[in-house]
Design a protein. Structure first.
Length: 449
């Protein structure tokens, strides 16, 4: 599955010429600048440092935010993986196709569609825990340079967003702990019950953690396949720009068979994720990644929704993949859904642009700015693919990020699941430093040899 492509947010693409493309970036940047003047980094009273409502809801079904989950369980060791701090809890209720109407107001159209179509998919609903939390003093990223119209940003550039572009920018620029190194597996499950598994290892280092920062660079990325054998030896390198700058993503690939490094412009937008059997495209990874320049973004407001959250159980290292991977849906007994407040953002393709998804909806967590659910529509306006992007608090690093990402394809009853490391012994490492010389095309060639 194109966890190579998918692991990497995307490069800027336009169907227009260079001069028109520069104008497009100018307009996007100017819009952000004008709005950033109204969205100061200081937040209003009653809001968390990232702009979330500190108070719970009136019904008491969403608790107050008290700083998030800030410490591992007692006697925890990293080799255990991320164990469930809520292991003793049981579901409040479970939603199926038979009773989804009772919870319709709190279910996105995408979840309703998956429930109605996929009998193997169920939604165990648990008490809500607002676990997302950050270090007391997050390190702000350097401001965007080289463009007078591009906004300056810290960890959260728009804690009180006034439009959809600001909200999705918060997602793209959210704090992920300076970087991560990890091994993980991805699965493609087909309608007939056959599935394939791909192993991958990657490093994502944000520019503030490099020995030599690069202006407008958001992060650098290096990844390679661990399995299957026919993909081993393929290595990817990406230089990801700040998505609100005019710079474009640069990507390279090393192919062991050809023994050469070449540019990889297809690691972007709606190009198919490598190894996904055509079930997912590059910019679906990480909820949404890359430049927002193809779409008009509209903020539809904030809602209380049932979302995948705190899914520690499915990634428990004591749970083998044989208990996770099932036909139709991953084992629903291992899933967890909670009630949280989310920003709803709609993206509609701009005139003159092309993408396989002309319309998309994103449901963004107020506490972390992570996309938790996504919906992609086809050219006829029909719901095509539904994404579940389950948040986890990596409590040793104070980083809220995904435990897994899951995409259902409603046209062929298949799914893609990625991000699990149940059968790896090496723990994920956050906050890793980087040497810029190790993230250059020449280094890619050396690594291939």
């Amino acid at each position: 599955m194109q966890m190579t492509k998918s692991e990497i947010p995307q490069a800027n693409r336009s169907n227009k010429g260079p001069q028109q493309r520069r104008l497009l970036f100018l307009v996007v940047g100017l819009a952000c600048q004008l709005l950033s003047g109204m969205s100061a980094l200081a937040v209003s009273p009653g809001l968390s440092p990232v702009g979330a409502e500190v108070a719970g809801n009136a019904a008491g079904t969403i608790p107050p935010w008290t700083g998030g989950l800030r410490a591992p369980p007692a006697n925890w060791q990293s080799k255990q993986g991320y164990v469930d701090p809520f292991a003793g809890e049981r579901p409040l209720f479970t939603i199926t196709a038979a009773n989804l109407q009772e919870q319709r107001e709190r279910l996105t159209p995408g979840l309703q569609a998956v429930l109605a179509r996929t009998p193997e998919f169920r939604m165990p609903v648990y008490p809500a825990h607002r676990t997302a939390g950050y270090p007391d003093k997050s390190k702000p990223r350097p401001p965007v340079t080289g463009s007078e119209t591009a906004p300056k940003q810290g960890t959260v550039p728009f804690p009180e967003p006034r439009n959809g572009l600001e909200a999705i920018s918060n997602h793209l620029l959210r704090d992920l702990g300076g970087g991560v190194e990890r091994s993980f597996d991805s699965f493609v499950m087909r309608a007939n019950g056959d599935f394939s598994k791909i192993g991958f290892h990657d490093q994502r280092v944000y520019d503030e953690n490099f020995d030599t920062p690069v202006p407008n660079r958001l992060f650098s990325y290096l990844g390679y396949f661990l399995s299957p054998a026919d993909l081993v030896g393929t290595i990817y390198l990406v230089h990801e720009p700040n998505p609100l700058s005019a710079d474009e993503r640069k990507a390279w690939i090393y192919n062991a068979g050809q023994r050469r490094v070449r540019r990889a412009p297809d690691l972007a937008y709606d190009n198919v994720q490598n190894g996904s059997d055509g079930l997912a495209v590059v910019d679906q990874y990480d909820g949404y990644n890359g430049s927002p320049n193809l779409y008009d973004w509209q903020l539809l407001g904030k809602r209380e929704m049932l979302v995948p959250y705190n899914n520690y159980r499915i990634g428990d290292k004591r749970v083998p993949y044989s208990e996770v991977i099932r036909k139709g849906s991953p084992n629903s007994d291992l899933l967890r859904f909670e009630l949280h407040r989310v920003w709803v953002v709609e993206a509609r393709l701009k005139a003159g642009q092309t993408h396989v998804y002309p319309r998309r909806l994103f449901y963004i967590d107020e506490d972390s700015w992570s996309v938790l659910l996504s919906e992609a529509y086809d050219s006829r306006g029909k719901l095509w693919r539904v994404g579940l992007h389950s948040l986890l608090q990596y409590y040793d690093a104070l980083v809220p990020w995904y435990r897994f990402e899951l995409w259902f394809d409603l046209t062929n009853d298949s799914y893609v699941l990625t991000g699990l490391d149940n059968e790896y012994k090496t723990p994920w490492t956050f906050g890793i430093p980087g040497r810029m010389r190790d993230f250059q095309p020449d280094a890619l060639r050396r690594a291939g040899h």
